[in-house]
Design a protein around this ligand. Structure first.
Ligand code: ZN
Length: 236
């Protein structure tokens, strides 16, 4: 995962985050390095990060409500925060994902991923060819290479006044084109998860973990939907 912040103007803050993908051609070529890196990451996590107390998983809520004081669960404390979109009271948050710049394979996956996240009672994620002039918009784009980095997807968000104003997902086809439909969908779901306000999970098997591969279940577990309710329940 890579992160970068730059202050462009006033409260504007841009955040870039990528996802590393062990199950790629590049990863396979350097599998020993990958294992070492994963082991190092696990060691650092156990040494440097504060222990979480309380439960680490939760049922998906039927409504966008969580108990007062509820906190997101199983999140990676070493990850940089995401910023929530402004959610209208009593209504579901609506976020558009613009797919006109995508080839058919990835446009279809964005549509599928948006449908998956729309299972949350807090939000509707909608894939559209082009975002309407008004409304929350995340452009999804394709690039061939991530500049030599071992990443197949990246989310950039821009915020103002503590709320999200927009964002962009970049899908890197050099790696994604070699990835199975299951693995590529996991990447798309992962990046949409960031775009909707979720940070990385500690659970190594979850789609919001910093690492995903061909075997990752692209369907988020119930704790992700609980965490979205924590983030977007205005009364919590
Ligand atoms: Zn990520």
């Amino acid at each position: 995962m890579e992160q970068m912040r730059a202050t462009a103007r006033g409260e504007f803050r841009e955040q870039v985050r990528g996802k590393q993908t062990p199950g790629t051609a590049q990863g396979r070529a350097g599998s020993r390095g990958r294992s070492a890196r994963l082991a190092t990451a696990a060691l650092l996590s156990s040494l440097l990060l504060p222990a979480c107390s309380g439960p680490e998983s939760a049922e998906a809520p039927a409504t966008c409500e969580t108990p007062a004081g509820a906190r997101t669960l199983d999140v990676d404390h070493g990850d940089s925060p995401e910023t929530p979109w402004p959610k209208p009271d009593g209504e579901e948050l609506l976020v558009y994902f613009e797919t006109s710049g995508l080839s058919e394979r990835y446009a279809r996956m964005v549509e599928e991923a948006a449908g998956i996240w729309s299972g949350s009672p807090c939000l509707n994620a909608v894939a559209v060819p082009a975002c309407p002039a008004e409304g929350n918009c995340v452009a999804v784009e394709e690039e061939y290479s991530g500049g030599g980095r071992n990443t197949d997807g990246e989310f950039t968000g821009w915020d103002s006044g503590g709320v999200r104003e927009g964002g962009r997902i970049t899908l890197y086809t050099r790696l994604l084109d070699e990835t199975s439909d299951n693995g590529a969908l996991a990447t798309v779901v992962h990046e949409l998860g960031h775009a909707l306000g979720l940070v990385h999970r500690k659970d190594g098997s979850d789609v919001m973990n910093a690492f995903t591969d061909d075997g990752t279940d692209p369907v988020p577990d119930s704790t992700n939907f609980y965490n979205l309710a924590v983030i977007y329940d205005a009364d919590a």
